[in-house]
Design a protein around this ligand. Structure first.
Ligand SMILES: [Fe+2]
Ligand SMILES: [Fe+2]
Ligand SMILES: [Fe+2]
Length: 417
């Protein structure tokens, strides 16, 4: 059976980032719609350049997340500023993030140049310059419309057509707007249904889907790099323990996917609480338990039910003292017990640790009723093999991400942005 449909991956990513901050995604959704309508208009005028629906779906995906870099590099309160003046950081980070983490990395340069003036762009010999110039113009429309409100008119762009903005993009937008009243479709939210219809044609291979769920996990890294270290070790531990416990291929996949997504609810969490958890006050504990419920809401009807069931119990404990539902061991399956164990043990394994101390601690916690006896026994019996494999696998995942940060810092220094 399908673990997740391609279209649901798009919506899951969109809604997860919306919980981080909705502004870049709402903006991205409108930009995606404008670009889509410009391309459709072009297809009507020049049938040879008409794109297939699956190509349009990729472009909608790209355009929706074109400002993803800003989650890492900018304060959202400064959106007008980073979209009009200081735009290099988010363009550069966005390009690197897209290239390394998404399945449409070959389009990532569009992100890098999405603020480049048309006059420069058109002379660069860049093969995606047309699409980039459409995003560039669509983006300006939305930013200026947001800032100027009722005073906004397309006439304000006229003097910059041919220099800042593509004449073709301007022309196509004007024609599309005349025919379809694009701003009205945005206001009435009808545009969302049109986008949804195209996204029915979004296609991902199983490999792409797995990479995209890993990407979903890495959206947390845009907020905090500390939390992502634990998440990667947890995924690696789940994989190793699932294999040693001889889960079926289907169960292993469910467990892996659950491990990727189990903490995405943390995206709505305060950054300082993620990095330095406060004392266990009631306010903090209330918030803490919400991250699993938020994750369930995000995943509901979007991913295979068994995956949600596993992810939803990652803070339950075998003695019934976990949260949010206080389930007991007999109410849970082996995959759930593995994820609980891995999630709790991952932070203990991420840095240099003393093997004897670690094992003693896990034994104590298991005897106190926290973890499954069977999972703990296997972990201790095969400790050396598990520790090495987990380190190799989690480092491979994290290195990808660290490379983005390394390249970003290097480029920022070189260009003195
Ligand atoms: Fe931007
Ligand atoms: Fe933008
Ligand atoms: Fe959690």
């Amino acid at each position: 059976m399908q673990h997740i449909h391609s279209k649901d991956i798009f919506y899951l990513l969109r809604d997860t980032l919306k919980l981080f901050d909705r502004r870049p995604i709402v903006h991205g959704g409108k930009v995606a719609y404008y670009v889509y309508m410009m391309l459709k208009q072009k297809g009507q005028l020049e049938p040879k350049s008409r794109l297939e629906n699956f190509e349009l779906a990729d472009i909608i995906y790209l355009a929706t997340f074109h400002d993803i870099g800003a989650y890492k590099t900018d304060e959202m309160e400064q959106m007008v500023r980073f979209e009009t003046k200081n735009y290099q950081p988010h363009s550069l980070y966005g390009q690197l993030f897209f290239e390394k983490m998404t399945t449409i990395g070959d389009l990532s340069k569009v992100i890098l140049y999405h603020h480049t003036d048309y006059a420069v762009l058109s002379k660069m010999g860049f093969d995606q310059s047309e699409l980039t110039s459409y995003i560039n113009f669509a983006e300006a429309i939305d930013i200026f419309k947001q800032s100027l409100g009722a005073k906004f008119s397309l006439d304000i762009f006229k003097k910059n057509v041919g220099t800042k903005f593509s004449p073709e993009a301007f022309d196509l937008f004007l024609k599309a707007d005349k025919e379809h009243d694009l701003f009205e479709r945005i206001n009435s939210r009808a545009y969302m249904d049109e986008i949804s219809e195209v996204m029915d044609f979004f296609i991902m291979t199983n490999e792409d889907k797995e990479k995209s769920l890993e990407l979903l996990m890495f959206t947390l890294a845009l907020k905090s790099t500390i939390i992502i270290d634990n998440a990667a070790v947890c995924v690696a531990l789940c994989e190793k323990l699932g294999a040693l416990m001889k889960l079926s291929a289907e169960q292993k996949k469910d467990l892996l996917y659950a491990a990727y997504v189990h903490d995405i609810g943390f995206i709505a969490f305060r950054k300082d609480w993620l990095e330095n958890p406060p004392d266990l006050s009631t306010a903090y504990l209330d918030k803490l338990s919400q991250h699993t419920l938020l994750m369930e809401q995000l995943l509901k009807d979007r991913i295979k039910r068994e995956i949600i069931v596993i992810a939803a119990t990652h803070h339950e404990r075998v003695d019934g003292k976990g949260y949010p539902r206080r389930l007991k061991e007999k109410q849970m399956n082996l995959s759930q017990l593995i994820l609980q164990f891995s999630d709790a043990v991952a932070p203990m394994m991420k840095q240099e640790f003393d093997k004897e101390e670690l094992i003693a601690k896990i034994k104590r916690q298991t005897e106190a009723g926290q973890f499954s006896q069977a999972v703990t026994k296997l972990f201790i019996d095969k400790f050396d093999e598990i520790a090495i494999d987990t380190k190799v696998r989690s480092n491979a995942m994290l290195n990808h991400f660290k490379e983005i940060n390394r390249q970003y810092e290097k480029s920022i220094k070189e260009t003195d942005i």
